[in-house]
Design a protein. Structure first.
Length: 230
């Protein structure tokens, strides 16, 4: 795992308070043989028996020191490399197909788009502050990692990133145009844990790409999109 970006990550307000959620960056993320790929999950999940319950203000304004199982569930780097959930299995299988190596995690960067963990087994409910700080944090991370490609492994996360946030004064018309200005191509897929083998929408995010997802499962779309862009 590459740690050379950690000093810059810790200058981001959120990670200065929640350093265990800093992005994972693989040792070969910047390898010249492929484009730099950033994968974005949806959110961390807390264990069923957790006593942790933070509202938006408390979670973002305070330095939160999680302990034990709560910490393990929200430690981005450990959950990404050591995860054994359907999410991790499905993504790893696809990355193996693309990179054709024993440890594909080391070729990508990853973090969860939404920064506040969801209750175990429950869908993440996005509040106003969750949405605003998530897109702000993404832009800060992208400015550090300078990826060539981004894949949102969650439709909810992608739609939130494409939202309108005038109060943030982000300096762009919309996220799509901002990504284009950075020469970044991105897409989203269905969530790998819930609907990886479900068909992607016939009308995709934009009509810009030659690859049409009609009759493609999320798994096959992910594989095909990366195979033509890395």
């Amino acid at each position: 795992m590459e740690k050379k970006f950690d000093r810059q990550f810790l200058q981001i307000d959120f990670y200065s308070k929640h350093d265990y959620m800093m992005p994972f960056v693989g040792d070969y993320y910047e390898q010249k043989s492929h484009k730099k790929l950033l994968l974005l999950g949806e959110s961390h999940y807390l264990p069923k028996k957790t006593s942790v319950c933070f509202d938006e203000k408390e979670w973002y304004d305070k330095k939160i020191d999680l302990k034990g199982e709560d910490y393990n569930y929200c430690n981005t780097r450990n959950t990404w490399v050591g995860g054994a959930s359907p999410f991790h299995h499905n993504v790893r299988e696809s990355l193996n197909f693309i990179f054709k190596c024993n440890d594909p995690w080391q070729h990508v960067a990853f973090f969860n788009y939404f920064l506040r963990p969801a209750p175990k087994g429950k869908e993440f409910k996005v509040g106003k502050k969750d949405a605003e700080l998530a897109v702000k944090n993404l832009i800060q991370v992208v400015d550090i990692l300078i990826p060539d490609r981004i894949v949102f492994l969650s439709k909810k996360a992608a739609e939130s990133a494409e939202g309108n946030y005038p109060s943030l004064k982000l300096g762009y018309k919309d996220f799509w145009n901002w990504a284009e200005s950075k020469k970044i191509e991105y897409c989203y897929t269905n969530h790998p844990s819930r609907s990886w083998d479900s068909l992607m929408p016939v009308k995709y995010w934009r009509d810009k790409w030659h690859l049409r997802p009609k009759d493609l499962s999320a798994r096959n779309f992910f594989n095909d999109w990366l195979a033509t862009r890395l």
